[in-house]
Ligand binder design. Structure first.
Ligand code: FE2
Length: 522
């Protein structure tokens, strides 16, 4: 290199170093400046990662294939030892051989290795291959390495400053996220939907190339099944067997960070697929523990090595703990609701069955209500509410004595009072079940009359919920048609006549018209 060339070279180098940018981009520009040139055939910067392993930061010169290959070198013990030894001498050293992993295919006579230092510690090496080495080249390489060191230090200071700012923003965002997760879980008890939402939320605040959620498979406790996936290359429903290296660690409730996938992908099909097809370089798994047991795991992946900071890891762990607690509660609620619903349904069946007069009543009411709802073109949600309310409409009778329900003689005022309490009692029974709260108005008002003379609240006209107006018709019609201990059931025609008579007083006339049409068609 001539003096003028050296001057130009360092002018360009100082421009690269003084511009803040991604450390990897900076290193790439530096190596591209060095090689290929008349002095150097190839240049490579290798840096130490978080866990003491080495990875290629930038490479230039040689053939394209070589660059690709060198970019993906995984330093083995010998290479690592070579680099560590070369780094110890902080001044540039000249070697006449390189380990084969670091070599280009051509036989290179010499290479200059200079040490990159950050915060007073040896952090990596800059290797430049050259056919001929002289004192000037060594000095130039030494200076370049120092420039790179300053550049990386500036970059670290800048990154730390940015990270502190980001940390604050992140804390606010994490709080917001926690709130959203909480809200999501409180308003939605479906575990699958919760998981999908949380995966999307994690994506928003953690820089990564993919996030998946896997849950412990129900049929095989020693496998995880992917339930939500974005960008990791895992498919929904795919199984991760216990041979995955992180499985045992997750089971202990600990998270797992692997910044070089090749170190443990040998026996795991899922990791082989990642390493081979998906270009995943590193991944992080956090367990989702529910009441001390492994329920599932969040898996984040990256096409870069060592991409997560401690702050990111802390945030992910915080989120998974929070989700675990919340889902534990959600699951408990789900289990309780299931048990409760089951109990109530069997009680309804028992109420219907304990008296031969009311056997199958609830089922028939559901059937009539469904037909009316269909004619009204109610939407899916409204139909579901209507049917559920129809099944449960007399749940309040659980508290009414059998003797009163089955009585053949005229009821006393006290007994009538007792029976009239059943809609309100039903509302009290269902109130603790969050998932059933929206059917309470339908169930509670199925004995209101259109003219306002019904019970329990004396609502009139359109103040009575539509579902309740439908249910009133279906309920009364079935009661009229059925035999009772004190009277025989009416014929269909007679019952229809009664409905018509009640239009506008007992029943909503519009509903009567629809129902009568349905009955006449059937
Ligand atoms: Fe009733």
């Amino acid at each position: 290199m001539k003096d003028k060339e050296i001057q130009n070279f360092f002018y360009r180098l100082s421009q690269i170093i003084s511009t803040f940018k991604d450390a990897e981009d900076m290193c790439t520009e530096v190596v591209n400046l060095i090689a290929p040139s008349s002095d150097f055939k190839r240049a490579i910067i290798i840096m130490k990662g978080w866990h003491g392993e080495f990875h290629t930061m930038a490479v230039s010169g040689g053939t394209r294939e070589e660059r690709v290959e060198l970019k993906h070198i995984r330093c083995n013990d010998d290479t690592t030892e070579f680099i560590v030894k070369a780094m110890k001498d902080r001044n540039a050293v000249v070697v006449d051989f390189l380990p084969k992993e670091l070599c280009s295919s051509e036989i290179t006579a010499n290479a200059i290795i200079s040490t990159v230092i950050s915060k007073g510690k040896e952090m990596g090496v800059l290797i430049a291959e050259s056919d001929e080495v002289d004192e000037t080249k060594v000095q130039v390489m030494d200076s370049i390495a120092r420039y790179v060191s300053i550049g990386l230090e500036n970059h670290t200071i800048y990154t730390e400053w940015m990270e502190n700012r980001i940390k604050m923003t992140h804390e606010i965002e994490t709080l917001q996220l926690m709130y959203e997760i909480g809200k999501e879980i409180l308003s939605n008890l479906n575990a699958e939907e919760i998981i999908e939402t949380v995966v999307l939320m994690i994506r928003r605040i953690i820089p990564c190339d993919g996030v998946s959620m896997a849950v412990v498979s129900e049929d095989d406790r020693d496998a995880l099944k992917v339930t939500a996936s974005w960008g990791t290359g895992m498919d929904k429903g795919e199984e991760i067997g216990s041979d995955a290296p992180f499985f045992a660690i997750l089971k202990k409730g600990k998270s797992f960070y692997q910044n070089d996938i090749t170190l443990d992908f040998k026996n795991s099909p899922i990791l082989l697929k990642w390493g081979g097809e998906k270009n995943v370089y590193s991944y992080f798994c956090a367990p989702l523990m529910i009441k001390g047991k492994l329920f599932g795991a969040f898996i984040l992946s990256s096409v870069r090595p060592a991409w997560l900071t401690n702050i990111h890891i802390a945030i992910i762990e915080k989120i998974t703990t929070q989700v675990g607690i919340a889902m534990g509660n959600a699951k408990l609620m789900e289990d309780l609701e299931e048990i409760f619903m089951g109990t109530i349904k069997s009680l309804i069946a028992a109420i219907d069955a304990k008296s031969r007069w009311t056997k199958g009543h609830s089922d028939r009411v559901v059937n009539y209500a469904f037909k009316i709802g269909e004619k009204l073109r109610l939407n899916k949600d409204a139909m579901e509410r209507l049917q559920l309310a129809a099944i449960l409409h007399d749940v309040g009778k659980i508290g009414t004595y059998e003797a009163v329900l089955d009585k053949t003689e005229k009821l006393t005022a006290e007994e009538i009072e007792m029976i009239r309490k059943h809609p309100a009692q039903g509302a009290d029974i269902l109130m603790p079940l969050k998932g059933l709260r929206n059917i309470i108005p339908i169930m509670k008002h199925h004995h209101e009359r259109y003219d306002g003379a019904g019970y329990p609240d004396g609502l009139a006209g359109d103040d009575i919920p539509l579902g309740a107006r439908i249910l009133a018709l279906a309920d009364v019609y079935d009661a009229m048609e059925s035999d009772r201990p004190y009277r025989k059931g009416l014929t269909k025609e007679a019952a229809v006549e009664e409905l018509k008579k009640g239009a506008g007083t007992q029943f909503d006339p519009a509903m009567v018209k629809i129902f009568v049409d349905i009955l006449n068609q059937g």
